[in-house]
Design a protein around this ligand. Structure first.
Ligand code: FES
Length: 112
């Protein structure tokens, strides 16, 4: 890709800051060079962090994270996805794309 932000480390895309993530438990970058990215979780439990492309595989709405139920739900037609992106409920037919995450120097990154 030719669009490269100056916050990019090779192979990793910055999504936002740890402070932003911990405020709400989620971090959304809608227009990153690799597309939309949604990270959910807390920096205090790095292993529990989840990163997905939040674009529903049905018709492209942005899915919501339901922390209590630990799943993603599409507001448009009710498709559901597990925390690992797996499809749980139609009408979507494909899983969500997921990314590996890391935290470095106060920022949250996903592997591109
Ligand atoms: Fe997500 Fe239709 S766009 S269920």
């Amino acid at each position: 890709p030719s669009s490269r932000s100056n916050t990019a480390t090779k192979g990793w895309q910055k999504v936002g800051t740890v402070a932003q993530l911990d405020k709400t438990g989620q971090l959304l970058a809608e227009n990153s060079p690799i597309g939309a990215i949604l990270v959910v979780g807390t920096s205090k439990d790095v292993k529990s962090l989840i990163a997905v492309n939040p674009t529903c595989s049905h018709e492209g709405c942005t899915i919501d994270w339901k922390a209590k139920e630990s799943k993603f739900v599409c507001p448009c037609h009710g498709a559901e996805f597990a925390r690992d992106g797996k499809l749980k409920r139609s009408p979507a037919k494909k899983p969500l794309k997921t990314y590996q995450t890391k935290i470095e120097a106060g920022s949250v990154f996903v592997k591109t």
